[in-house]
Design a protein around this ligand. Structure first.
Ligand code: S3P
Length: 441
């Protein structure tokens, strides 16, 4: 599934100016395909993310017997088969690099009348799945994992699921969503509560598709036995993709950049609060709603950043943005402390260790702690930095390179296509110094 390995050569470009709309939201795109497939009727998705992760999810539903048309880039028409209309797949279901795909599908497939097997790439195959397997087993699902609760997941169908009152030990929208999706097929009520509120796209979208859901910050519940009715879905631009440009334009002198129609779900915008606390100059012009989600145009201008203690309560609201935040901190004045973020260690890579090693290679003063890092801001120099195949780390390092004293070689960047296809050209168009290199040997 993932492209052959690929390196970037990045260095200071020019001030970042102009305006841009980044690709569609990954979380929303996954869910739109899933709920569109289980709905009755024809679900038109606009702004679908043409990333490898979300395309893998669409391919899985095609394999489960759902007709999905792609009339043009970023559009999909999903011909829903209804809650009980999926068919047994041919072969294994490959989620590629996508934790969201695998964990949500585990919940959804647990309630089917057929067996299935979910597999992933090398990175996904190292990620913990017990966090979804145990609540699903408590509901009556039969799931076997590989060693240490890691993929592949073998899911046995024809099981009767029971609702559950699940108190999740981790703040994870993927865990919450897996349990809720299994709850569609369960008898009685399924309730999930979380230690900190996480993104609520599953709840919002289920409600928009007509399934009665009760939800508020940190809790959600639903009953089995309803139906989903197809509606059109407009996917907003992904805040997590916009995040790299928020940081880059804050850091590069002379920058003045506008990011259009960015999804502003409050459980996603923690980086905005953190950057503002650091002194960033970002204005938010509300631009209405898209697919039930608030969207806004964000204008970001260069400003001097200073270090902060990142409030622990903000961590779940910016969980995907720490690679970018670490770069901002490495170039800010003073010290930044991150804590309560141990979840970063089980993302596409161990994002604390990978970022610490990469930024140290560029001369940064950064120290890992078990659940975060302490970063003393200063200058960065050129050098060789490894993204370990983690899309968000590759992009964060490209941002760092815009402020480095020399050229930065960024290793293993092909997975950027999982969440942000076309990043290189788009970033170059805005002023980034960034070239793609085929690695030698
Ligand atoms: C996601 C939830 C988060 C996030 C991921 C997308 C989702 O993962 O990091 O990129 O779409 O539900 P966790 O649930 O593991 O925190």
């Amino acid at each position: 599934m993932s492209a052959p390995t690929l390196d970037w050569q990045a260095s200071a470009g020019s001030a970042l100016t102009g305006e841009v709309q980044v690709p569609g939201d990954k979380s929303v795109s996954h869910r739109a395909v899933m709920l569109g497939a289980l709905a009755e009727g024809r679900c038109e998705i606009e702004g679908f993310l043409e990333g490898e992760d979300t395309r893998a999810t669409a391919a899985i539903f095609a394999n489960l017997g759902v007709r999905i048309e792609a009339p043009s880039a970023s559009r999909r028409i999903v011909h829903g088969v209804g809650l009980h209309g999926l068919q047994a797949p041919a072969g294994v279901l490959d989620c590629g690099n996508a934790g969201t795909g695998m964990r949500l599908l585990a919940g959804l497939l647990a309630g089917q009348g057929f067996d299935s097997e979910l597999v992933g790439d090398a990175s996904l195959s190292r990620r913990p799945m017990a966090r979804v397997i145990s609540p699903l087993q408590a509901m009556g699902a039969a799931i076997e994992a590989g060693e240490g609760g890691r993929p592949p997941l073998r899911i046995h169908g024809k099981k009767t699921l029971q609702g559950i009152d699940f108190k999740s030990p981790v703040a994870s929208a993927q865990v919450k969503s897996a349990v809720l999706l299994a709850g569609l097929y369960a008898r009685g009520t399924t309730r999930v509560s979380e230690p900190h509120p996480t993104r609520d796209y599953t709840e919002r979208m289920l409600a928009a598709f007509g399934w009665p859901v009760r939800f508020g910050p940190g809790e959600a519940s639903l009953d089995g036995g309803h139906r989903l009715r197809a509606i059109p879905v407009r996917v907003p631009a992904d805040f997590s993709s916009a995040a790299f440009f928020l940081v880059a334009a804050s850091l590069v002198p002379g920058s003045d950049l506008c990011l259009r129609q960015v999804g502003m779900n409050p459980r996603r915008t923690g980086l905005l609060d953190a950057l503002r606390a650091m002194g960033a100059d970002i204005t938010v012009a509300e631009a209405g709603e898209q697919g039930g989600e608030p969207v806004a145009d964000l204008r970001v201008r260069h400003a001097r950043l200073r270090g902060i203690d990142v409030p622990v309560a903000l961590v779940p609201d910016m969980i995907d943005e720490f690679p970018a935040l670490f770069v901002a901190a490495a170039l800010a004045e003073g010290e930044t402390r991150v804590s309560g973020a141990a979840e970063l260690r089980v993302k596409e890579s161990d994002r604390i260790a990978t970022m610490a090693a990469a930024l140290q290679a560029l001369g940064a003063d950064i120290h890992e702690t078990p659940d975060g890092a302490i970063i003393r801001g200063g200058r960065l120099r050129g050098g060789d930095a490894d993204s370990h195949g983690d899309h968000r780390i590759a992009m964060a390092l490209a941002v760092a390179a815009q402020c480095a004293g020399g050229e930065v070689r960024i290793r293993d960047c092909a997975n950027v296509a999982t969440s942000f296809p076309g990043f290189e050209a788009l970033a170059r168009g805005l002023g980034f110094g960034l070239q793609v290199r085929q690695p030698v040997g």
